[in-house]
Structures are given as C-alpha cells and as structure tokens.
Design a protein around this ligand. Structure first.
Ligand code: FEO
Ligand code: CA
Ligand code: CA
Ligand code: CA
Length: 513
C-alpha cells in the first residue's frame, strides 16, 4: 500500500554534536549550496528574493530531481531588510519594504555538471508573490460581511509554512499577519487565510476561506480511503487548536488543478484531545451552543452571549473568526500547534507542539494522532506523545516536520533566539535539524543532522523525489542584531557581505542504501 523506497538516510550519517558556531554544520560527507539568499535578484525583471525564508516545495520540470521550480515562503522582515527604526516607528518606505519582502518567491533551480545547485535568473517562471498580488477569495467568507463584501483581496504576507496539494500546487499559510496588516492599514480580515498558488502559472492566486482564518502554520493534505480530501492544520498560538477540513466531494486525478474546488466545500472540524473527537466548526453548531440556556463562555472567549449571537450569523462569520468559533464548538486549546504531517506509512498524524511557557511546557513535544480505523475522515481519535523535547531526547521546541521514504521524521527546532544558549536551553546550543525514526529500535530517538548559524532557526525541510537533495531554509540568522555595524551573524559569509542573509540551501550527500 505504501511506497517504501530503499533510501536509508538515517542509517548511515554520523550524527553531529550541538554547536554555537555561526555556521550551517552537517554530518561528514554532506555539503550544501546556497540556492538563493535574501535580496538576490531572481529574474530578468530584477525582482528580489524575500526575507524570512520558511516553507519550501520543489516541483520537478520534466520529472527531473535536478531541475525544477522551488516555491519559498517569506514570513517576516527584520533589521537587515528595513534598517534601524526610530524607537520602533516605521517610515512609509519601511512599510513598503516589509510588504515587498514578505510573501513568496518562485525560482527556477538546477544542479549543474559539478553537482552544484544554482538559480536560473533567465527563468520564465521566476517571480515574487507579495502585497502586489491580487487573490480570489473562495468558500464561505467570499463576498460576505465579515470581509467587507470582498471577492478579491490585495496581497499576502506572514507566509510561514505550507503544503503541497494532490494536484501539484502549493498551499501557503498566513501566520502572524496582524502586525503587518495593522502597520500597512490593511483590512485585517483579508489575512490569516490559506492561500493557493500554482508555481507554473502566475495568474492562479486563491485564498481558501473554508479552511478558516487563524494563525496558520501549515497544511497537511491527505486522501481518505473514500476519495475525499482531508487537510490538517495547526494554529500556532499559545492555547490554540488543531483543525481538519474534510471535503464534501471526491478527488478525481483526471481533473488536475480543478480539484482545487474541493477546498471550497466541506466541513471544518476542531480537535478535542480530551474527548478524542473532531467537532464541526459550523454556524449550526455555534448557534446550537449559543442557544443553550446554560451557555457559559469557554476559556479564551470573553464576548457576551448577546455579542456572540450578533456576530455569528453565517458560515462566513464562523471561518473568519475561527479561533473563537473553534472554542465555542468545543475545541481544546493546546500548546502552540506548529507543523503537522500525515505519516505516508500508516496514516497517523504527527503534530509539533512547539512549547508553551504559560503551561510550563518549556521544550514542547510531538503528538501522534491515531484516527479511528486509520480513516482520515474519522470523527474519533486517540493520541500519544510520540517524543517529548528536553534533555533526554536532545531537542527542544520542535517546529517543521518532513517524512523521508524510510519512515524517518525530519524535525527542525525553534528555540526563540532570545532563549538560545541560555538557562535550560544551554545544552541544545543553536537550533538544529534532527532525524527521528518512527518505528524500529531507535523509534523516538533524535539524531542531530544539522546545526544552524547564530540566532537562526532552520525551516521548510523538503526532499527532491529521488531524495538526493534536501532543501532547507535558514531563517533569521543574526536576528538579535540592533547595531548594523555589529551584526551578530554574517551567515552565509559571502565575500564582502556586511549583513546576515536568510536563504535556502540544497543539501546533498545522500546515498541510496
Ligand atoms: Fe512561523 Fe509557527 O512558525
Ligand atoms: Ca514554524
Ligand atoms: Ca512539513
Ligand atoms: Ca516556531
């Protein structure tokens, strides 16, 4: 049923030790090439690679694992893009810059005859997607009062992680959108959605409101046994919920990209880890809960019953104010759910709960959900803590996840750069990339594969189909810099560089075992 290949990656690399060097360190016999870094020109129009590189997705051209398009998310900007601010106040120019450098890049890349990955700046596909891009809204909020009647909206930003669809497009998640929306005086309900782009078609730009509006981390799409499409999503905020969307209709491979209509019509559910139930986040449910004479506000919902009854009249209202509606529907707050992946081997669901200091969950954990009968559309589940962060496991604050074909989980960590190398985080040193087997004798044990430069986190691990290359973003090296004449990191240490640059690397050295 599941496609096992023979790439035993975790079986032959020698794990590295934690490090606090300003380097991207890899096990021996592995190397990396910087494919693109902040502010690099990406095409003949002179557009520039954005900042805050996060999610990566590689799309082969002509079936090749050595030539294709790479979509990369740009989550946020910092001092290296904007310069210093006058006591935190942004100028108009700085606001335009932050809008420009957030969003996404699509670039064309190839591995040359010497095995070095490079960007093709003559590419006809290479482009930026940012505040200048116009998106079609789809689903229940489209045209509704909650989004001021909008059917199209301007721009995207705060693009964190994402996922690929069964029809070869990218879903990219607007996460901490509030700050930029407020700064640029943009309607805040136009952001916080899951967007869809087609790397091969610059005219295709959608925001799917049926997937809810919250601090979206990523999407993990799976195909249920009955043909419906299921999308798991985390809301990366303290005390926030886990969601899944189940399409109404069935996937049909022959329909290609028009399968995207599946994301317009279906049911959004929120998880309750205590009852082991997925609860519908629908206007019917919200009205039912509010209609109960004995209604008491769930934790996290402060508005009065009258205010809530006025606020929620359509499904468009429910998806737009999804964090509150999810709690009303019975969702259980959790410790910052970041990336989610569906195991390609057994349909179990892996979720990074990165940490939550307000609950004393300092190192976070990886939760594994078992859907009833392994059915992705099930409305009941059980779960286990698959791996707990901390001294015993060697990692802290798990964030993005990726599976290889051996069933090993690749996990990057995000200890905040103000906590790195301090207190109980000291022994972990810089943020890393770890490999954790999900079965066999080493199940749940983290082996360190990479260590990031100073004050960085690594994000967006993504393998080529042949698993000979791993793309990885290096996000916010040197982010605690306050004086541009004294950057705390100079990664990637290009000759003449005076700032740190986030970017995407291609790691090679994998052997077929
Ligand atoms: Fe942008 Fe939740 O990480
Ligand atoms: Ca993240
Ligand atoms: Ca992932
Ligand atoms: Ca994070």
């Amino acid at each position: 049923l599941f496609g096992f290949k023979t790439n035993k990656v975790s079986g032959y690399f020698d794990p590295i030790q934690p490090s606090n060097e300003d380097k991207l360190l890899l096990p021996k016999n592995f190397k990396y090439d910087v494919v693109a870094a902040f502010d690099d020109i990406i095409n003949e129009a002179g557009e520039r690679f954005g900042q805050g590189s996060d999610y990566n997705a590689f799309f082969p051209i002509g079936g090749s694992s050595s030539h294709g398009l790479l979509a990369n998310n740009h989550e946020y900007t910092n001092i290296f893009a904007l310069g210093t601010t006058d006591s935190g106040k942004f100028t108009q120019e700085q606001i335009q810059k932050t809008l420009y450098y957030q969003g996404m890049s699509v670039i064309e890349i190839y591995r040359d005859g010497n095995g070095v990955w490079k960007m093709d700046r003559q590419s006809k596909y290479a482009r930026r997607i940012n505040h200048l891009s116009k998106f079609q809204l789809t689903g229940p909020a489209k045209g509704g009062a909650a989004v001021s009647g909008a059917a199209t909206v301007q721009g995207t930003f705060a693009n964190c992680s994402g996922g690929v669809t069964l029809w070869n497009t990218v879903l990219s998640c607007e996460e901490n959108y509030e700050e930029t929306a407020n700064l640029a005086k943009l309607p805040v309900t136009h952001y916080g959605w899951v967007i869809e782009i087609d790397p091969f078609d610059g005219t295709y730009l959608k925001k799917h409101t049926a997937l809810g509006r919250f601090n979206h981390e990523n999407t993990a799409m799976g195909l249920a046994a009955d043909g419906r499409v299921v999308v798991y999503m985390g809301d990366d905020k303290k005390d926030a919920c886990i969601y899944k969307f189940v399409s109404q209709d069935k996937y049909d491979a022959r329909k290609g990209r028009s399968n995207a209509a599946l994301l317009e019509n279906g049911t959004l559910y929120v998880a309750n880890l205590k009852s082991g139930k997925w609860l519908p986040v629908t206007i019917e449910e919200v009205k039912k809960v509010l209609g109960n004479e004995k209604f008491i506000n769930p934790a996290g919902v402060t508005a009065s019953k009258d205010e809530l009854l006025k606020k929620y009249t359509t499904q468009g209202d429910v998806v737009t104010y999804c964090q509150e509606a999810g709690l009303l529907a019975g969702g259980m707050p959790t410790d910052r759910p970041e990336d989610i992946e569906i195991s390609p081997f057994d349909n179990t669901i892996f979720i990074c709960h990165t940490n939550n200091d307000s609950h004393g969950n300092i190192h976070g954990h990886i939760t594994r959900i078992f859907e009833k009968d392994n059915d992705l559309t099930a409305l009941e589940f059980n779960f286990e803590i698959f791996a707990a962060g901390g001294r015993q496991s060697g990692f802290s604050s798990p964030d993005n996840l990726s599976f290889d074909s051996n069933g090993d989980l690749w996990v990057v960590t995000d200890i905040s750069s103000t906590s790195l190398n301090k207190g109980v985080y000291t022994s972990f040193m810089n943020n890393g990339l770890f490999v954790i087997p999900t079965s066999g004798p080493s199940k749940g044990q983290a082996l360190q594969f990479a260590s990031g430069p100073v004050e960085s986190e690594m994000t967006g691990p993504f393998f080529t189909p042949d698993e000979q290359t791993l793309f990885l973003s290096v996000q916010h090296p040197g982010e605690n810099t306050t004086d541009l004449s004294k950057p705390t990191s100079l990664w990637p240490h290009r000759p003449g560089d005076k700032i740190a640059r986030c970017g995407v690397v291609a790691i090679s050295g994998f052997k077929l075992g």
